[in-house]
Design a protein around this ligand. Structure first.
Ligand SMILES: [Zn+2]
Length: 199
């Protein structure tokens, strides 16, 4: 669970890859970070936003191949760690107009093949009934994340995991999911996102 908060000369946080002015990372120091390393393929700009929208809600699933460009370059870095599995996150937390296409799918399939590891779906969404049965205070306490670990994976994880998601903005959900993996036995959780918000 140790997080390396030291920094590189280029003043980028080793853990969350934020650009930093001093030698302390404001993001990592302001909360408990449960992942060890955040990898990203692109910094979020108009192009990235449009591509994600088109893959998710449009009829252009092939556009997700766009993210493969950065992936090849990142492979040697990912191969430095021995991962037990790639962790997939259940579909979008946002309001869904129509069923979205998982943007990460192409990237996950590519990684599965190149790293020779399996894909795991250990999370499930907490049911709405459970949430609505709680009062405001209880919701505030319990609803840190909309996800929980499926029974069969509870306390039965081991080794290192690579958590893959489409966008990292505040990282709140991803951080909570990393925490859940650690609580249930993971030794280390790294994150790979397609796009990371500017900071
Ligand atoms: Zn940081």
């Amino acid at each position: 669970m140790e997080t390396d908060k030291s920094v590189t000369k280029s003043s980028q946080c080793k853990t969350c890859k934020s650009t930093i002015d001093s030698n302390e990372c404001e993001y990592c120091n302001s909360r408990n970070i449960f992942f060890s390393n955040l990898n990203y393929l692109r910094i979020k700009g108009d192009l990235e936003r449009q591509i994600i929208q088109k893959v998710k809600f449009g009829n252009s699933p092939h556009l997700s191949n766009f993210f493969r460009i950065g992936l090849r370059k990142l492979l040697p870095e990912l191969k430095k760690v021995t991962y037990t599995a790639i962790i997939e996150i259940p579909s979008s937390k946002n309001t869904i107009r129509k069923r979205p296409i998982p943007v990460c799918h192409t990237v996950i399939k590519f990684l599965k093949e190149k790293l020779g590891i399996r894909i795991l779906n250990p999370f499930k969404k907490k049911s709405k009934e459970l949430q609505s049965g709680k009062n405001f205070r209880e919701r505030f306490i319990h609803a840190q994340t909309a996800f929980e670990i499926k029974k069969i994976y509870q306390n039965s994880l081991s080794g290192n995991y690579l958590l893959v998601d489409d966008v990292f903005t505040t990282g709140a959900t991803i951080n909570e999911l990393a925490k859940l993996l650690l609580i249930n036995g993971a030794d280390r959780v790294d994150v790979l996102v397609l796009v990371k918000g500017k900071n």
